[in-house]
Design a protein around this ligand. Sequence first.
Ligand code: BEZ
Length: 252
Amino acid sequence: MTARGQRWDPERYRRNAGFVAELGAPLIDLLAPRPGERVLDLGCGDGALTEKLVALGAVVVGVDSSAEQVAAARARGLEAHVADGQALAFAAEFDAVLSNAALHWMTRPDAVIDGVWRALEPGGRFVGEMGGAGNVERVKAALTAALARRGLDAAAVDPWYFPRPDDYAGRLAGRGFRVEEIALIDRPTPLPGRLGDWLETFAEPFLFQAPARERPGLVAEVEGALAGSLSDGEGGWFVDYVRLRFRAVKPA
Ligand code: BEZ
């Protein structure tokens, strides 16, 4: 998962985003991997969720566009490779493709779906969770307003793709997948730290619009704008996540 201006520091990710893999458990249930099945983890990040698939007996290959995250996944003893999810080069090698919290960084969804289709054996399943329509809407609105006050355009650097279910289902079906399940799930998510840590971990393309000396002020301004809606008033913060979760099958 690499968007322009977005860096993936595994240590910062572990500190501020450990919840991403923890919240991936329902996705593993939806995949229901059987021992010995070959699974591609698309956008594996530091391998925290990949490791859970391996523990269930799956034979897993992880791919991610961040070399730093792939190195962190390999340090866990996992097979992981640097690859662009929009240009996958696998051919009928997997029983399933799983993707957690990565597809929204890939702004060419049809290229992703094509690559997944080719990677799967007939009968293979594609199970994923990503940001869906309305995801982090409040955060994005506050960022957009804070950048606009500086004469900067958030839309010009927006790296995220948060589709509606009908949009994504149409793309999957258009490629030939049978869509068995697809739905938006509201999931306000508590953060391990401040909202500013989340912004610095996940929203660098927006923050990097501003000169370095202005970034702390920008982050403070966004936190200030959202303190009434995304903090609990006692130092705890959450983000307004909306997930799009789906299961699709390549017909046998
Ligand atoms: C998400 O998991 O929904 C997400 C993560 C980072 C940036 C935007 C969305």
